[in-house]
Design a protein. Structure first.
Length: 178
């Protein structure tokens, strides 16, 4: 009679781990305290907090003009957003504001949609990540509404000191640990 209970228990643990991975949340039981200290889970998504030496002033922001014919780029601290030519229908001033606690940015004007994707690039210091026990290849990008903490993983990939992701509209975007 013990075998069915053990098998059932093992299946329950496996199903729970699978559901967590599918939701973008990696189980943390075996992760170091440094990794847990470097992330905060909001809405089931593990956002990367600003690591030591990367804290920004709350008012840190940048502006850039993007035109239909040439696109444009806005950059601030460790992040930049490149909008390709033809992605906007009219000239627009875009804003980029850094979150002082999360490795995240808010963009405006709110709700702006692109005809072709813009590219968000967030630079990371690999040595600082590794000191915190974080494998840079586990980083991706999540997005959230301007006024809600409804963070959702959207993807992206790490390469050569930066995480990049394609954006189709403006909102808030930040680094996550998958």
């Amino acid at each position: 009679m013990r075998a069915p209970k053990l098998v059932g228990g093992a299946l329950l643990v496996a199903a729970t781990a699978l559901a967590a991975c599918e939701a973008g949340v990696t189980p943390t039981a075996t992760e170091s305290p440094a990794i847990r200290a470097a992330t905060v889970t909001i809405n089931g998504v593990r956002l990367l907090e600003r690591l030591p030496g990367r804290h920004l002033e709350a008012a840190a922001s940048a502006l850039a003009t993007v035109t239909p014919g040439s696109g444009g780029t806005v950059a601030l601290a460790d992040g930049s957003l490149s909008v390709p030519a033809g992605a906007v229908g009219e000239t627009v001033t875009i804003t980029m504001e850094a979150d002082p606690e999360l490795h995240a940015y808010a963009f405006g004007p709110s709700g702006l949609e692109f005809r072709s994707p813009a590219t968000l690039t967030i630079s990371v210091d690999e040595a600082t990540l590794r000191d915190a026990g974080i494998d840079p290849d586990r980083l991706a990008v999540a997005g959230a509404s301007d006024d809600e903490d409804d963070w959702t993983a959207i993807g992206g990939s790490y390469d050569d000191g930066a995480v990049t992701a394609s954006l189709h509209h403006f909102s808030r975007y930040g680094l996550i640990l998958r």
